[in-house]
Design a protein around this ligand. Structure first.
Ligand code: ANZ
Ligand code: ZN
Length: 804
């Protein structure tokens, strides 16, 4: 009988692979390169199913590329700085460094067990001084280029605990402190920023990227480019205050003026009678989140300052209000309010009984409030009759002539705030000197090491502030007494350029060895979650553009192609994460069924780009399939009787084509379905196919199984008498002619209605037909969330899914 012990089988092969150095990166430059990157994990303790889900299909794809003749670089590392380590220190008294490195050690072992083809020699750990030294080096380079600067910027502050709070420590729509429940306020602190806005226009150019449309749209909206005008309003007794508007054509309809409560002119223009009300309103606004302030459905609130501005189009005085819906961080922090054409302004005008003047004529049948569409200008003097676009241009010309404004472009994107008042991060390598100002640490003094010990309990300042031996230094320029910067860097800094460091993790003459860069850069395929669309993926694009301007690389984009896998959810339907406590521990599955079973199960449960909840159901079926697959070679010899040699050839061709196209396009679930069906077939004809044909068919099957179930394929390959690793073999081809003669067009119906037509093998069975039909996105639109009640299958013609 056939003995099957998947964990022993897998362990044996992993040992052989490691001995042979099978996954050392192939440096053969006669082959085309493929740099495959999967997002590096945070070392939270254990590798859980939420890590397996993105990593193992990425591994299958990388293996597939290797068998297709590419030299493949597929590294992994740890994104090891950040708050959880520090929280562990506060809660449990473990040093963040010890907590992090012991987690990493544990996860390294688990990564090995996964059996992925990661080149573990290329590992990067971002909290290693040899890594963060280059964060510091980059910081100084950015500073020298004017891309790093300091300014006062608001942070969330708990007035009870006297401390700054990270975003995740501010809880709920009431925005209270995580620890004491006190409402959080904004406080200004000196902070370091990167001038990412200098690259805003270039970041809007996606032409050199093969990225999902969705990510492009998210980035485009995040950058939020708006063309419009800046207009200077005179405020008698004060001076000019500028507004940003996208609708200069509506200036004649500006019947009031609104400033952000944080606008620096507020205190100066407020009259004595209004001062108390204005102060109270400022206090109210400082407690609100930006999301709530910009929520269009919220009732508008505001306060009159007592002051007036002069509308430069008609010379009329208009009242100046403060309202929380105007944000200081956008445009100029002040707006001209045009209720006739702007919905928010209309609501505000209604509530505070302010005049409304339409300056664009709505269509006859319009019965709404503000009219935001196109139409002839009215009540607008020299603009009357012009369409919106013409009127904008005409007004801008007029403003330039009269010196009251001009065209401008504004972005939603803000500069990247780098400073964190935290311990477990890269020290910012700057020194503040009373004589020389802020000067960089000289390159030969890098890295600025994190002091071994610190008091982690938050005080409102960086824990490094309490280490006088850390911050009290000599000025590197004048030698006088000076103070070291005590803020550390945002951990997004670490992940902005880690893909470069992988190439030469111990190189000490630069962030990476340019020779290695020439061989491998840029990244060809990046796989990761769409939740990183606006921060990480924008920051790494920015970094690459700066690196290009520094002459470090000669391309514009960090990763040519991006694929977003979906999210694996816990049984509770929430994203799997340690902090939510809904993680599935892979270990029990790996110990019992082996890692191939787990990776195949994860790939099989649904389309990879969609993700979905883990329920563990059907795991046994996947495991049994692998067992049957690996049993195919036993007794392979001795097959005697004639079966249908043409059929086995045809089936094998079809399988190769299907798996090739599916794995190429990340459709692992349907590739596995085809492999499963094929095993059924092979078992059915086993013993009835002549020896040579059988062995050929089995070898081809093993080759296309290899990226999906690497250990099991290796076993099978050796059982077939082969000596070299299956993973060093070339990917098989297929004969199109043999397949195409045998396919038919199936009509797919849902509840009797035609929804799709799909190409299918003529002899497809009902189960296969059902799977194919369910795999169609056109069909999915009509079956999602419903239960499949019945399948009607007329081979060669149609399949009808009855759902309800
Ligand atoms: C007058 C006006 C008339 C406006 C009109 C719109 C329609 P986008 O497209 O998002 O760039 N605005 C300007 N700065 C603001 C701030 N700091 N906080 C809140 N709102 C601000 O939006 C630009 C428009 O948003 C600007 O054009 C301004 O209102 C408002 F019929 O000016 B508008
Ligand atoms: Zn000095």
């Amino acid at each position: 009988t056939f003995e099957y012990d998947p964990t022993a089988l897998e362990r044996r092969w992993r040992e052989r692979w490691e001995e042979a150095g099978l996954y050392k990166t192939d440096e053969d430059e006669s082959k085309p390169k493929h740099y495959a990157l999967t997002m590096l994990p945070y070392p939270s303790g254990d590798l859980h199913v939420g890590h397996w889900y993105p990593m193992t299909p990425s591994d299958s794809h990388a293996r597939f590329m290797r068998m297709n003749g590419y030299r493949v670089f597929f590294p992994i590392g740890f994104d090891a700085f950040g708050l959880p380590a520090e929280n562990a220190a506060i809660k449990r008294g473990i040093h963040p460094r010890d907590w992090t490195y012991s987690n990493i050690e544990n996860m390294r072992g688990q990564l090995r067990q996964m059996g992925a083809m990661f080149d573990l020699d290329a590992e990067v750990v971002t909290c290693d001084p040899e890594y963060y030294r280059w964060n510091q080096w980059f910081f100084i380079e950015f500073f020298k280029r004017g891309l790093a600067y300091r300014k006062q910027a608001p942070v969330d502050w708990c007035p009870n605990d006297n401390t700054t709070l990270a975003r995740e420590q501010v809880i709920g729509p009431e925005r209270v402190c995580e620890r004491c429940g006190t409402p959080v306020v904004k406080k200004n602190l000196w902070q370091w920023l990167f001038r990412i806005t200098d690259y805003a226009d270039e970041l809007l150019d996606f032409s050199k990227l093969d990225w999902p449309e969705r990510v492009e749209t998210l980035q485009r909206n995040w950058i939020g480019r708006s063309e419009g005008a800046e207009i200077r309003f005179a405020v008698p007794g004060y001076g000019d205050i500028e507004v940003f508007t996208t609708r200069p054509d509506t200036l004649f309809g500006a019947t009031f003026f609104v400033m952000s409560p944080e606008h620096p002119a507020v205190d100066d223009i407020t009259t004595d009678e209004q001062r108390a009300a204005v102060e109270a309103y400022k206090e109210h606004a400082s407690r609100m989140s930006e999301i709530d302030r910009t929520d269009a459905t919220r009732e508008k609130t505001g306060v009159f300052t007592g002051a007036y501005a002069t509308n430069p189009a008609n010379g009329k005085p208009i009242p100046i209000y403060l309202a929380d819906y105007v944000l200081m961080g956008y445009g100029t922090g002040a707006i001209m309010a045009v209720p006739g054409q702007d919905e928010r302004d209309w609501e505000f005008a209604e509530k505070y009984d302010l005049p409304i003047v339409r300056t664009v004529k709505p269509p006859e049948d319009f019965d709404g409030k503000a009219y935001t569409g196109d139409g002839p200008a009215m009540n607008s003097g020299f603009l009357d009759g012009l369409g919106v676009e013409e009127a904008k241009a005409e007004m801008i010309r007029h403003l330039e002539e009269t010196g009251r404004g001009g065209p401008t472009v504004t972005y939603r994107l803000r500069d990247w705030l780098i400073s964190r008042q935290r311990y477990w991060g890269t020290p910012i390598p700057m020194i503040h000197c009373g004589e020389c100002g802020t000067v960089p640490v000289p390159e030969e003094d890098l890295p600025v090491l994190l002091p071994e010990d610190a008091e982690f309990t938050p005080t409102g300042e960086s824990p490094l502030k309490l280490r006088e031996d850390f911050w009290r230094v000599e000025c590197p320029q004048c030698g006088g007494p000076a103070e070291r910067e005590t803020d550390t860097m945002d951990t997004f800094m670490d992940s902005s350029w880690y893909q470069y460091r992988y190439l030469s993790p111990h190189y000490d003459e630069g962030p990476f060895d340019p020779e290695r860069g020439r061989k491998w850069l840029p990244v060809d395929l990046y796989t990761g979650g769409v939740e990183h669309a606006t921060m990480h993926l924008l920051y790494t694009r920015f970094f690459t553009k700066v690196m290009r301007d520094m002459g470090l690389v000669d391309f514009d984009e960090p990763m040519k192609r991006l694929f977003n896998q979906g999210t694996i959810l816990g049984p509770d339907g929430q994203k799997m994460s340690k902090s939510r406590g809904n993680v599935v521990n892979p270990q029990e599955y790996v110990d019992r069924y082996g890692s191939d079973a787990l990776r195949c199960y994860l790939m099989f449960i649904g389309p990879w780009n969609e993700g979905g909840p883990w329920d563990g159901g059907g795991f046994g079926g996947v495991s049994r399939w692998l067992r049957r697959a690996v049993s195919l070679a036993s007794d392979a010899e001795g097959s005697t009787a004639e079966a249908d040699p043409q059929e086995i050839g045809r089936r094998t061709n079809r399988l190769v084509k299907k798996v090739t196209e599916d794995v190429r396009d990340f459709r692992f679930n349907t590739a596995i379905a085809a492999l499963m069906e094929h095993v059924n077939y092979l078992l059915a004809v086993k013993g009835r196919v002549a020896g040579e044909e059988w062995t050929e068919a089995l070898k081809t099957f093993t080759l296309v199984l290899a990226p999906i179930a690497p250990h099991h394929a290796e076993q099978l390959w050796h059982d077939l008498g082969e000596k070299d690793s299956v993973h060093l073999q070339s990917w098989p081809g297929w004969d199109e002619a043999e397949i195409s003669s045998e396919t038919v067009t199936l009509i797919v119906q849902v509840n009797g209605k035609l929804r799709d037509r799909i190409e299918a093998p003529a002899d497809l069975d009902e189960e296969g037909a059902k799977r194919l039909a369910l795999g169609s996105s056109k069909v999915a639109a009509h079956t999602d969330g419903k239960t499949l009640r019945k399948t009607v299958y007329v081979p060669g013609r149609l399949v009808n899914l009855v759902v309800g």
